[in-house]
Design a protein around this ligand. Structure first.
Ligand SMILES: [Zn+2]
Length: 460
């Protein structure tokens, strides 16, 4: 039998296709049977999500050599404790910030998941002991420090999506397979731009916004300035429901910049999210992962996530005190879609007053409280109570953390000469298929939207 000729790898899309969550991809070397995983994320948002998360993995976790983690969003890390519980004994690799952020994200998820059914199982899987075990199996490798696992060369490159987010570049038989994780909507206020990849042979790419383009990013800071100024003039409370990871830190940095330049008045800002407070501390540790301007400020001794007037309220009692603080004031709290978290209490208190403002800075999923507010509902229900929405509703969409359709196409365009096959993952079917069509039509490249559980052979 001929050896080292026509070597093959089997790539399986275990989950993270036909949907934007649940990233989990398996690469298997045909000859040595070495198996590696890329991401092991929670399936979120769909009605069947809870059931899907509980399902056994389609492979035997004890046979997996290594898991590479692109970034610390739950849809990329949330099922790692379950993988360990199911027998995974290999090593986990990511950049240093991803490992630090993961611990807090998983601990927070454990609280949320514990509210579901099967409390005993969740308590076992997300126990402190199992989370500690996960951390002890985890090695960190900075960007551009290539390393070798069996037949695979691995290199993390910056994807510009959240702190520490990586594109995983896998070299096999001299050719490159690239898993994008999530691709950042560069330029970001904090992070360097997503790196260009020009020499991938196989590309497994996210497609969250495969069929849509974002509004201009240029105006986002000016819009934020206007909303804050307007709120101060009206002596109101400005509520900003926001995601704890990256969006909160972006906002803190933007407010810090605006205050520093005297563009907005010095009003009290309450960071009312225990998770966001912990995650911001991780950001403060990693100034070297910021873009040139943000890194320069950190280097000169500035804390870019803090400013006069910022108050953190990790405890419930402190959170309740916010109500007694005089206006104008700003409250930043989770969750980003008002589907839970402390923002709900503030919405209950402040939405009925027309002098107040609620500012939506991210995508609001259908069925969430945030979506009802965005769609102009006059009355919403909070804890069974009718709450009139009289506060002003403002929106800024330029803060999206994902590349839009046009930017995704540009990302592919530069690898036109090398790329043999592209797989679109992590998107709703409409979005993934639209991107496939665009890649075929505009660039004449081979692209496919794989199905859940599908395996393909990659040839070298
Ligand atoms: Zn992400």
């Amino acid at each position: 039998m001929a050896k080292n000729i026509d070597k093959k790898l089997k790539l399986t899309f275990c989950s993270g296709v036909d949907t934007v969550t649940g990233a989990n991809f398996l690469l298997e070397e045909e000859e040595t049977k070495t198996k590696i995983l890329i991401d092991c994320g929670l399936i979120q948002g769909e009605t069947s999500a809870e059931e899907d998360n509980k399902k056994n993995f389609s492979y035997d976790p004890s046979t997996i050599e290594a898991l590479f983690v692109t970034h610390a969003h739950l849809d990329h890390i949330g099922r790692i404790p379950r993988l360990i519980d199911a027998g995974f004994k290999g090593r986990i690799y990511s950049t240093p910030p991803t490992k630090d952020l993961t611990r807090f994200m998983i601990e927070d998820a454990a609280h949320l998941l514990a509210h579901g059914q099967n409390v005993k199982e969740i308590e076992r899987i997300y126990s402190e002991a199992n989370i500690n075990k996960m951390m002890s199996m985890w090695d960190t490798i900075p960007y551009h420090h290539p390393f070798v696992i069996k037949d695979f060369g691995i290199n993390f490159k910056n994807s510009g999506h959240i702190l520490g987010s990586a594109l995983v570049e896998i070299t096999y038989q001299g050719k490159k397979i690239v898993f994008t994780g999530d691709l950042g909507n560069s330029p970001s206020p904090i992070l360097p731009d997503c790196e260009e990849i020009t020499d991938a042979t196989y590309l497994i790419m996210e497609s969250v916004y495969g069929d849509r383009n974002h509004e201009s990013r240029d105006d986002r800071r000016a819009m934020l300035e206007d909303v804050i100024e307007d709120n101060s003039k009206r002596h109101g409370t400005l509520m900003i429901p926001t995601f704890s990871l990256e969006r909160t830190q972006e906002l803190l940095y933007e407010i810090d910049t605006l205050m520093g330049k005297g563009r907005i008045p010095l009003v009290p800002v309450f960071l009312d999210s225990p998770l966001a407070i912990k995650l911001t501390e991780v950001y403060q540790k990693y100034g070297e992962y910021f873009n040139t301007e943000a890194a320069r400020l950190v280097h000169s001794g500035q804390d870019i996530f803090s400013f006069p007037g910022l108050r953190q309220t990790p405890d419930v009692e402190q959170s309740k005190m916010i109500l007694r603080m005089p206006n104008p004031k700003i409250i930043i709290a989770g969750s980003g879609m008002s589907s839970g978290g402390r923002i709900i209490h503030h919405e209950h208190n402040y939405l009925p007053d027309p002098n107040n403002t609620i500012l939506l800075t991210g995508y609001q999923s259908a069925g969430t409280l945030g979506r009802y507010i965005q769609d102009g509902a006059k009355i919403i229900k909070i804890a069974g109570e009718d709450v009139p929405v009289k506060a002003k509703v403002a929106m800024i969409s330029g803060y999206s953390g994902h590349k839009d359709s046009e930017a995704l196409l540009k990302f592919v365009e530069v690898m036109e000469d090398s790329v043999k096959q592209i797989f679109t993952v992590m998107g709703e079917p409409k979005s993934s298929l639209f991107l496939v069509q665009k890649i075929r039509d505009n660039l004449g490249l081979q692209a496919n939207a794989p199905e859940k559980g599908q395996s393909v052979w990659l040839e070298f």
